[in-house]
Design a protein around this ligand. Structure first.
Ligand code: C2E
Ligand code: CA
Ligand code: CA
Length: 744
């Protein structure tokens, strides 16, 4: 898998996980929000309960105060006797659920409705009363009547006629427990408590049921219950001092909520109504709701998870299908090159051989036996390759008849053994499939293939291509290739056509001499490539290259035309003209119109056919049945035909008889045998045979006097060789021509 794809896959994974996390967080947030909302709702209830209590307590107190106030305003009733006052007050005790009502005289003596006389001058409400202020006391111990209980005393001054002087204080005793009864409104399944405290934390009401109310002071009780309440107490004290209301959480045997709200009955009220409820009650109420919410979210998560999984699975399926399409070769069902590339990434540090393999006879199979047969060949070859690789090694069908393999190891000879087996099996296929010869050729790159697979595959291919020039070899290693040679070939192929266009090819002339007279009798036109740097490239270097790539006919045409032009020029100059032989390569002979073209060319320059001779190499003649008729056509057109390079490996004396050449050119390799008995004997017979067939003989590559002597003795007609002259540039050759003319 390449890096890009890997990254993409990771990215998708992260995105999915990210999306999932975002969802979880969102669910968590909304769940929290719902919880907070619910909590707020419950706290609101708590507050409502507390406010209800406040209203109840307020109403209770106000109604009592209103009573005292209206009683006090009726001044006259207090101007009468003690008994009358008491009688007047008595009925209100029961109606208003007081313990007793009384009238305090300015000296502090109180007369009560139930007949007690008491001194209350030490009480705060007495002092306040004298100052003209109404009051409600905290819960205080009952001092009258010996009944030990907590009471609150409501007091109201009775003013004189001036409305300022205090004539007495109206006084009503209220059982504190009655407040508690008011507050014991059932709330929160009877787990909630309400009570009244003073701003300093002292309890106004107490309750048997509520443990905390059995303490003296709320703040002290909280602090003793848990150190964690210290902050709670501080906050509560501050809030209560400021007269604020609110909710706070505290610990008292369990976690509890506390709502505090001031009881603003009188101007400088110090009372607070507190309502508390255990946290558990709230969470108990929360739980079913939250359970529903959580259930909802769980369902949501499940649905989303299932969708994600379904998506991922379908993606995976799709991915697999895409992978199959992208990485599977449709013809073989095996790996294709893309898959090979991917798998090679895992082989980066493995020493081995990268092999490019193809079937050299494959195109013939495809063209002659049909594509189906071709496909069968590919599949069969694939099976051979697949069976030949070991676990961990790789093979792939690239396209057409191209395969690529990666075989592990470092030893060339071991690889060669394996490769030979593969090649033998592929060769054997031809017989099995009844096909023309299938030959596997392979180029091999050896070494570790890091991230440069393309390059290495290119090297293996280069090695394979080089191989195709050599018929006797099935595989080649890249590191054994002659790079300089390849470069030169490349250079020649790339520059040939342009050089031709720019006439960078020069015609040199190698004179031929008559053995009998020692006179120049003609010349062979030989090509030279004038390079840009001024140097000459000999034809031995570039002719084989352009012969192989099929461009040589262009050069043949060019040379033919150049020579025609030159002869025309000599004609114009009035020179006597010696015939020039021009080389026609084997490839040119395949063009059916070659004869007509040569004739037309010659005619276009207005030249006689006597001036131009044609050399055809022996190797072109052997095995080409149509050559005989071509020779006839050339001859019919008036050209003199020379059989070139005779004796250079391909000799077929029979061909000599079959084709009516005019001249036989003995190859240098035969001439080189002069001096050796067998060689001389062979030359002797060849010359005799040629003479008997009516051919004249030109010997090539003659360098020594002894060779000249022998050839002369054998009746050889002409000699072309360094002994007389090397190939000459035009100007030099013209000097030779001038000499010949002056001697004539
Ligand atoms: P070739 O047609 O057999 O040409 C004769 C070659 O032998 C020439 O080499 C020539 O220089 C060389 N030679 C002649 N006498 C001697 C000698 O005494 N000793 C030695 N060592 N060599 C001698 P060159 O010019 O290098 O040409 C090589 C080949 O290139 C030619 O062989 C011919 O096959 C091809 N060629 C050259 N010019 C042309 C051309 O214009 N067209 C075609 N198609 N082929 C050409
Ligand atoms: Ca020649
Ligand atoms: Ca030759």
């Amino acid at each position: 898998m390449n890096m890009k794809k890997k990254k993409l896959l990771w990215l998708r994974g992260f995105m999915l996980i990210g999306a999932f996390l975002v969802m979880l967080v969102a669910i968590r947030i909304s769940s929290d929000k719902i919880r907070t909302n619910l909590e707020m709702e419950i706290q609101k209830t708590l507050q409502d309960v507390a406010e209800q209590n406040v209203i109840a307590v307020k109403r209770e107190i106000e109604s009592k105060q209103m009573l005292l106030k209206s009683l006090a305003q009726n001044r006259h009733s207090f101007a009468s006797s003690q008994e009358n006052i008491i009688e007047h007050l008595k009925p209100f005790v029961d109606i208003y659920q007081f313990k007793r009502i009384g009238f305090v005289y300015p000296d502090g003596t109180v007369f009560t409705t139930d007949g007690y006389v008491h001194d209350v001058s030490y009480r705060d409400y007495y002092r306040k009363g004298l100052q003209g202020k109404a009051d409600i006391t905290d819960a205080i111990d009952e001092a009258i009547g010996g009944e030990n209980e907590l009471i609150n005393v409501f007091s109201m001054p009775v003013f004189g006629e001036d409305g300022v002087s205090v004539e007495g204080i109206l006084f009503a005793t209220y059982r504190t427990s009655q407040f508690q009864d008011l507050l014991n409104i059932k709330s929160f399944d009877e787990k909630g408590y309400s009570f009244i405290v003073k701003k300093n934390g002292n309890f106004i009401t107490n309750s048997e049921a509520n443990p905390i109310q059995q303490e003296q002071n709320l703040f002290d009780a909280l602090e003793t219950a848990s150190v964690e309440n210290r902050d709670v107490v501080r906050t509560l004290q501050q809030a209560m001092t400021a007269g604020e209301h609110g909710t706070i959480k505290y610990w008292y045997g369990m976690e509890k909520y506390l709502y505090y709200i001031p009881l603003e009955i009188i101007a400088d009220s110090q009372w607070y109504i507190i309502t508390t409820v255990p946290e558990a009650v709230i969470s108990e109420r929360l739980t079913p709701v939250m359970r529903t919410v959580d259930g909802l979210f769980a369902t949501m998560i499940a649905v989303v998870m299932v969708s994600i999984m379904a998506y991922v699975y379908s993606g995976h399926k799709k991915h697999q299908e895409l992978m199959r399409i992208a990485y599977e070769d449709p013809l073989t069902g095996g790996d294709n090159y893309a898959s090979f590339q991917e798998k090679m990434e895992l082989k980066q540090n493995v020493p081995g051989f990268l092999i490019s393999l193809d079937i050299s006879g494959f195109k013939i199979v495809n063209n002659t036996c049909g594509v189906d047969k071709g496909d069968e060949v590919i599949r069969s070859v694939w099976n051979i390759l697949r069976e030949s690789i070991r676990p961990g090694e790789l093979a792939a069908h690239v396209n057409a008849d191209y395969f690529v393999l990666f075989m592990e190891g470092t030893k060339k000879d071991a690889l060669q053994l394996r490769l030979n087996q593969i090649i033998a099996k592929i060769t054997a296929l031809s017989e099995q499939l009844k096909l023309p010869r299938l030959v596997a050729v392979a180029g091999i790159y050896q070494g570790e293939i890091h991230d440069d697979l393309e390059k290495c595959y290119g090297y293996a291919n280069q090695a394979k291509h080089q191989l195709k020039e050599r018929r006797n070899q099935n595989y080649a290693f890249y590191d054994e290739m002659d790079f300089q040679h390849m470069l030169t070939i490349r250079n020649i192929e790339d520059n040939f056509e342009e050089a031709l266009k720019k006439k960078r090819f020069e015609v040199w002339y190698q004179p031929k001499y008559c053995v009998a007279t020692g006179q120049a009798v003609g010349a062979e036109a030989l090509v030279r490539w004038r390079k840009k740097d001024g140097n000459l490239m000999p034809p031995g270097e570039f002719i084989p290259v352009i012969e192989k790539n099929g461009m040589i006919p262009l050069l043949d045409d060019y040379m033919f035309r150049q020579v025609c032009e030159q002869i025309q020029e000599w004609e114009k100059q009035g020179k006597r003209i010696l015939p020039v032989s021009v080389n026609i390569s084997r490839v040119s002979l395949y063009y059916a119109d070659i004869v007509a073209r040569c004739r037309r060319e010659l005619e276009s320059f207005g030249l006689k056919t006597d001036y131009i001779q044609l050399e055809i190499t022996e190797s072109a003649v052997v095995g080409n049945n149509e050559i005989a008729s071509l020779i006839e056509q050339f001859k019919a057109a008036g050209f003199k035909m020379l059989l070139d390079d005779f004796g250079n490996g391909y000799s077929s004396l029979a061909a000599l008889n079959a084709m009516r050449f005019d001249v036989l050119k003995l190859d240098k390799s035969l001439v080189d045998h002069i001096g050796d008995a067998n060689g001389e004997k062979l030359l002797h017979y060849i010359i005799r045979l040629a003479q008997s067939l009516g051919l004249s003989i030109t010997a090539e590559g003659v360098e020594y006097r002894e060779q000249v002597e022998f050839l002369k003795s054998q009746g050889c007609d002409d000699i072309q060789g360094y002994y007389f002259s090397k190939p000459l540039p035009l100007a030099e050759y013209e000097k030779v021509l001038d000499r010949v003319l002056s001697e004539a």
